[in-house]
Design a protein around this ligand. Structure first.
Ligand SMILES: O=C(O)[C@@H](CO)OP(=O)(O)O
Ligand SMILES: [Mn+2]
Ligand SMILES: [Mn+2]
Length: 559
């Protein structure tokens, strides 16, 4: 037992040998779907992934990556990187933010918690500001949760409420922002009828305003700060519906990239800057794209951009977004307590780990993998390398992204023999898939496949083992479909491009010269999901996973 009371020592696997280098490759947004022209993985040349598939069923299979298998409320919830990497790294299924917030709202417990009491202290004299993603995507936030929170806050005596919206188009179809804003305005109108002064105060597209992640581009957060806090933006409108409709008329603008706007009153004054004495809640439950704004709202010492004016506020996150940084200090709902992750166990058992991706996915293979925890478990055993992503572009312009650079770093780490586990995330299928640019996504998938090849070649050279898998679907289906699986046409008879993730399962493949003869996928875990991968990887490092981990996907047969 260690001082934390956890017994970190893993039992040795009775059959598998120690000392093999294991490459763990996560293809972001790479699901398995029917081969048709909207399946960019099928259309792309992907000889490496195709050859791995030939190993089915013993060396290649599918695993679940959406819904309950990754701790989401329902089977209609698509997978995403946070829940996917959490499951991959933690080896167990945790009720995730979406579900925890649902519980807290349904039971009313959210209003009894410390976080809500803290913001409530401002309701008498100040304004309650709600900042977050406005859609029913369920990846970062959900409209129905915002609606319940608005109702609950007003019942708890919030007299003045301002909502700062971020339009989506990434977890939901592009163009749906208009409908979501109409719905919200309608709700706010009803609150106004009850005597609550409630309005939308500002807005902007999620990828251009506020929701950057992993410090890729602070300019994004600054644009949000200017609109939300200072009440300053290049575009001013009297209503948010008008704002979104008008700004979308520019052919270069979509929901994800809507420019920032503020709502002004008849005299041209912004209706809802954030002022001293106000309360602020960021209502997204998902962490990665809230950490930067949380820092801007909470940190006294802050030098990422000039905040100009720093209001004295009571700020709470929907959840605490970073357990290690305790950020933010106040939050409405306790986050899932993801402990004893595979990364922490393996480090305690002498496994030297290298992890790498480019900025936009760097936290996925580190922060999410380690249970929403930043930093190293043991800096002497781990090395995390971040390759700077291109900033300020949409990735259909550079669909190869940094796949090659990531693969080169992984290759060098493998060949150096300084690491037992070399883990990467290859972002292409996902990041380019989200742009809805089908041609570019095909290029992206090819680039990811080439990166996989480079890593497998290095594993070949050192006699190692590889595990290649993905965190959820995206690039394998780029069109909205009707119930029978055919492309759903809009009223003009056009297909609707799907920018979001999917409900598809993802592949997992094992192999390499170090994989002992007789190791194969078991046939008795047909419903296996991403959470079963951690025990599998522990086995490949010649350990048995803790008994509360989801079962391993592999067995060793004597032949
Ligand atoms: O970009 C993101 O924030 C999400 C989609 O909302 O994608 P991923 O889960 O793959 O990071
Ligand atoms: Mn992902
Ligand atoms: Mn994604």
């Amino acid at each position: 037992m260690s001082s934390s009371g956890v017994s970190w020592k893993l039992e040795d696997h009775p059959k598998l040998p120690k000392g093999k280098t294991v490459a763990v490759v996560v293809l972001d947004g790479w699901g398995e779907a029917n081969p048709d022209k909207y399946n960019c993985i099928h259309v792309a040349e992907t000889p490496t992934m195709d050859s791995l598939k030939k190993g089915a069923p013993e060396k290649w299979r599918l695993v679940k990556a959406h819904g309950k298998a990754v701790g989401l409320p329902t089977e209609d919830d698509m997978g995403n990187s946070e829940v996917g990497h959490n499951a991959l790294g933690a080896g167990r299924i945790y009720a995730q933010g979406a579900k925890l917030v649902d519980f807290a709202l349904a039971s009313g417990k959210i209003y009894e918690g410390e976080g809500f009491k803290y913001i409530k202290e401002c309701f008498d004299k100040g304004t309650l500001h709600l900042i977050g993603l406005l859609s029913d995507g369920g990846v970062h936030s959900r409209l129905d949760q915002l609606q319940l929170l608005l109702k609950g806050a007003s019942e708890n005596c919030a007299k003045r409420i301002r909502v700062h919206i971020l339009t989506d188009g990434r977890d939901v179809l592009d163009g749906t922002s208009v409908g979501f804003v109409e719905t919200l305005e309608n709700d706010l109108l009803k609150l106004q009828e009850k005597g609550v002064d409630a309005q939308i105060a500002s807005g902007g597209g999620r990828m251009y305003v506020t929701m950057d992640r992993y410090e890729n581009d602070w300019g994004v957060v600054k644009r949000g700060w200017d609109a939300q806090v200072l009440g300053e933006a290049p575009h001013k409108f009297r209503s948010a519906v008008e704002a979104v409709k008008k700004l979308r008329e520019d052919p270069n603008v979509n929901d994800q990239y809507l420019p920032p706007f503020v709502i002004v009153d008849e005299s041209g004054k912004p209706v809802g800057p954030i002022l001293d004495g106000d309360a602020v809640v960021t209502f997204n439950f998902r962490a990665d794209r809230m950490v930067m704004i949380a820092k801007a709202l909470e940190y006294e010492d802050f030098d990422k951009f000039d905040r100009v004016r720093v209001p004295k506020i009571h700020y709470a996150g929907m959840l605490q977004y970073d357990g290690e940084l305790k950020l933010p200090k106040h939050y409405l709902v306790d986050p899932p307590e993801i402990e004893r992750t595979s990364g922490e166990y393996l480090v305690h058992n002498g496994i030297r780990t290298f992890a790498c991706s480019e900025t936009v996915k760097f936290g996925h293979v580190t922060f999410f993998w380690n249970g929403n925890r930043s930093g190293y478990f043991d800096a002497s055993m781990e090395e995390y390398v971040e390759i700077p992503s291109d900033a300020g572009i949409t990735f259909n312009v550079q669909p190869k992204m940094k796949a090659l650079e990531i693969a080169e770093k992984a290759r060098d780490a493998i060949l150096s023999r300084k690491f037992d586990q070399v883990r990467v995330n290859l972002p292409n299928g996902d990041m380019v898939g989200h742009t809805g640019d089908i041609e570019a996504t095909v290029v992206a998938c090819k680039a990811a496949d080439e990166a996989v090849k480079m890593i497998l070649d290095a594993i070949e050279q050192v006699g190692g083992i590889y595990v290649v898998t993905a965190d959820h679907g995206n690039a394998e289906d780029m069109v909205k479909r009707n119930k029978s699986g055919q492309p759903a046409l809009d009223k003009n008879g056009n297909i609707q491009v799907l920018t979001s993730h999917t409900l598809q399962p993802v592949p997992i493949a094992i192999g390499g010269p170090g994989l002992m003869h007789g190791v194969r996928f078991r046939s008795d875990v047909p419903d296996g999901g991403l959470a079963n991968v951690a025990a599998t990887v522990m086995n490949l490092h010649a350990f048995i996973a803790p008994s509360d981990y989801e079962p391993t996907l592999i067995e060793v047969v004597d032949n």
